[in-house]
Design a binder for this molecule. Structure first.
Ligand code: KG4
Ligand code: ZN
Length: 384
């Protein structure tokens, strides 16, 4: 194979430094392989530019059975710096400001992750970085920083898909989740259903055709002048409201597919706002927000139910920033209980963007495929 062998042999344990900058959080994390996986580090070839080798393929074809992967790494540090204050005045993420902020803070965040973990850069065996989807300028900051570290320290680098990393967040805290798994990913930029028959297999069953669920919450909060990000503000204010007060219809795609659609709901919400004079400090605000939040949760769980009927999973997982929402978590758990399925939701910190989920997935990929090839030529992608 053309390329330069720069890493190989045995190290115990394996330490990964992961970086996540796909949107408006700058995050770095150091993780260590679980005890069962130690003593085994892949020999990694870093191809020279233009060698055309795929990232993450398993040239030897010796991937182990899924049982080998049922261990979770130790998260030694997981530093997340939110840019909420930077974007709040605009009511949403301003891409140019996001990348400038990442540039300013990334070195300090990586340094803090190493300090908290008690690890020096020389001790890192693997680098992992979010490759996409996300804001292209933001992704490039993390990717370039990680490439620089990997190149200088002559260690492998792996690009990680942000959506797969969100799903992985569930497994970091619950490594024994039984397959097949049906995953509902609900974030600010994405709403999707995945069927995972085994570890590292992702079969997209449905996704949003327009707005993501988090985006709908953020947009309505912005319209009412409630602040950014909208999800947490709406959740707080909706606590005192009646979720049945406003008669929202649960959105369904006309062809009854497993796709989602939230733009009609947003239009219906704007109509209620106009007709009922809903304003920031008005009397009916809490009821309105509770009803809006509840219909989003119902729409998400309705599609989950359809998907579960279709694919008959053993377990359900819920992930992404909106998975922090108590009403959604409750509806998700209630459905799982009624269906007799195991259900998992990450802790709140692991729901929103963070680098630990990126590092955990990188370690799992390397455990699965010891000959994984990494490529310093890897590029960021805005869309999947
Ligand atoms: O996964 P994430 O951190 O970033 C993306 O990949 O998009 O998700 C951010 C989204 C935002 O839309 C935010 O409003 C929403 O998650 N969110 C919430 C809550 N906390 C964050 N939505 C509802 N309830 C919450 N408690
Ligand atoms: Zn995310």
């Amino acid at each position: 194979m053309p390329g330069l062998v720069i890493y190989g042999g045995k190290v115990d344990p394996v330490l990964v430094l992961a970086i996540e900058t796909s949107c408006d959080e700058t995050s770095a994390s150091v993780l260590r392989t679980a005890a069962q996986e130690r003593g085994h580090v892949p020999e990694v070839h870093v191809p020279l530019p233009d060698s055309g080798t795929d990232l993450g393929t398993c040239p030897s074809g010796t991937c182990p059975p899924s049982s080998r992967l049922a261990t979770a790494p130790e998260v030694l540090s997981n530093i997340v710096l939110s840019q909420d204050e930077v974007h709040a005045p605009y009511g949403g993420v301003v891409p140019e400001l996001a990348s400038r902020q990442h540039i300013k803070t990334i070195a300090a965040i990586v340094g803090e992750a190493l300090t908290r973990a008690g690890v020096a850069l020389e001790g890192i065996d693997l680098y992992a970085v979010t490759q996409g989807p996300g804001l292209i300028g933001s992704l490039l900051i993390g990717l370039s920083f990680a490439k620089g570290l990997a190149y200088y320290h002559k260690k492998p680098l792996t690009g990680i898909d942000h959506l797969e990393a969100h799903l992985e967040a569930c497994f970091v805290e619950n490594p024994g989740i039984e397959y097949p798994v049906l995953g509902l990913l609900v974030s600010g930029g994405h709403t999707a259903l995945y069927f995972m028959e085994e570890p590292l297999s992702y079969n997209l069953l449905g996704k949003t055709r327009d707005d993501a669920a988090g985006e709908a919450l953020d947009k309505i909060a912005k319209f009412l002048g409630l602040g950014y990000p909208g999800g947490p503000v709406i959740e707080k204010l909706a606590r005192g409201g009646d979720p049945k007060a406003f008669p929202f219809a649960v959105p369904r795609t006309k062809d009854r597919s497993l796709d989602f659609s939230f733009s009609g709901l947003k239009t219906a919400a704007l109509k209620h706002i106009r007709e009922h004079g809903i304003v920031k400090d008005g009397a009916r605000l809490f009821d309105f927000l509770a009803s809006f939040e509840d219909v989003i949760a119902r729409a998400l769980v309705d599609n989950l139910r359809l998907a579960a009927d279709a694919v008959q999973p053993r377990s359900l997982v819920l992930c992404g920033g909106v998975a922090r929402n108590t009403r959604l978590r409750t509806r998700f758990q209630d459905f799982a209980r009624a269906a007799g399925l195991d259900a998992y939701v990450p802790s709140p910190k692991m729901c929103t963007d963070n680098a630990a989920m990126v590092g955990a997935l990188a370690l799992k990929k390397f455990a699965r495929c010891p000959d994984a090839v990494t490529d310093l030529d890897l590029d960021a992608y805005a869309r999947s």
